[in-house]
Design a protein around this ligand. Structure first.
Ligand SMILES: NC(=O)C1=CN([C@@H]2O[C@H](COP(=O)(O)OP(=O)(O)OC[C@H]3O[C@@H](n4cnc5c(N)ncnc54)[C@H](O)[C@@H]3O)[C@@H](O)[C@H]2O)C=CC1
Ligand SMILES: O=C(O)[C@@H]1CCC=N1
Length: 259
């Protein structure tokens, strides 16, 4: 497929890095600030430089607040049977239709781990999309990690709050955990290794185990041992659970505002 990537910042750039490692598709990036693009990727700074080229897929990876300004410039670069894919948080299909007209539109919500092929994305297609378009875009997204098919647009906004924003929460959890390790006297490098390897090893253990997370947690927790002492703090008054609930609710509310 010929794909036009509009916006190649942190998220578009992360996905492009994976895609460019395959030869399956041809990419053109439209972004005045794009630098150091992978080999074989064409670059334009503005619409006029496209020389009337037409694309099978137009992938929107600019900030949601910019779409109304930027998308009209590119709307004519889509082939008549082409498909718009938007990774913008919040920005609904109705908003895109209002700008670009009735088109095949797919909303995808990736996350930053796409950069290393370990992303998780949700995908929702409107009823103008053919089965072939859905299948092609699913294959494209699956090159960056897991791709989950969603059956309502609202699910994209709810998934945004969990996995789209998720790496942000986890980086902050890691940062706080690392600060705690440093308060125990470990230097930066050792604290980072201890925290990251503990998290990576724990995730892999959970992936490979048939046990529930509660059972796995209990398998670390000796009666009257160190983990029990730590968990009594971490789980006091269910504050951690409430904190995560409030966190994802705030992100979901923001996605609704960005519609
Ligand atoms: N950063 C993340 O982890 C995730 C971001 N997203 C979505 O991805 C989109 C992009 O977010 P980021 O990559 O984080 O932002 P970013 O600010 O890193 O990238 C945006 C890019 O758009 C470019 N741009 C600005 N004006 C332009 C124009 N007129 N034409 C073409 N390109 C233009 C900028 O130069 C920049 O490279 C947003 O809609 C966001 O909701 C979705 C999932 C995760
Ligand atoms: O913070 C944001 O709005 C975007 C969407 C998900 C992750 N980053």
């Amino acid at each position: 497929m010929n794909i036009l990537l509009i916006g190649c910042g942190k998220m578009g750039g992360a996905m492009l890095r994976q895609w460019a490692s395959n030869d399956n598709n041809h990419f053109t990036v439209a972004d005045p600030a794009a630098r150091d693009l992978p080999k074989g990727v064409k670059h334009v700074s503005k619409m006029a430089e496209l020389n009337a080229a037409e694309f099978d897929v137009m992938l929107i990876a600019i900030k949601p607040q910019m779409i109304a300004d930027v998308l009209p410039d590119y709307a004519f670069s889509l082939k008549p049977d082409g498909c718009i894919v938007s990774i913008a948080a919040g920005c609904g299909i109705d908003t895109i239709v209002g700008i670009a007209g009735e088109k095949a539109i797919i909303r995808v919500m990736p996350n930053l781990a796409a950069m290393v092929g370990l992303g998780v994305s949700g995908l929702y297609a409107n009823n103008k999309c053919t089965e072939q378009q859905k299948a092609d875009v699913t294959v494209l997204i699956a090159e960056t990690g897991t791709c989950i098919q969603l059956s309502s647009e609202d699910e994209i906004d709810r998934l945004t709050a969990i996995s789209g924003s998720g790496p942000g929460y986890i980086f902050e959890v890691m940062r706080s955990y690392m600060a705690a390790a440093k308060s125990m006297g470990f230097d930066d490098e050792t604290a980072r290794t201890l925290v990251m390897d503990t998290i990576a090893g724990t995730v892999e253990t959970a992936r490979q185990s048939p046990d529930t997370l509660e059972e796995l947690r209990n398998s670390v927790t000796s009666k009257n041992g160190t983990t029990q002492a730590g968990l009594e703090e971490l789980m006091r008054d269910h504050k951690l659970e409430a904190l995560f609930r409030n966190t994802v609710q705030a992100a979901y509310s923001r996605a609704i505002e960005l519609k």
